[in-house]
Design a binder for this molecule. Sequence first.
Ligand SMILES: [Zn+2]
Length: 79
Amino acid sequence: MSYRAHPFHWVPGAGQRHASTDARPVGTLVYPAGTEVSTLCEESVQADSSEIAWLWPTCSACNRAAHKLAGLPPVGGAR
Ligand SMILES: [Zn+2]
């Protein structure tokens, strides 16, 4: 149950929801607030764990990279 098919996690930070392949601390489901996380869009953001942060828009660069990692067609490339 602790492993998921996709090797990345979503993390809210800097006003957008980014995806990251950074390992999360053992026993946590989200990155603790303030954790410095390297995102798939090659930024470094501080994780935000407030509830409103999950309502931020998804970073489109991370979304594209995440789809690629998951082996899915890029967003907008759907038939
Ligand atoms: Zn991003």
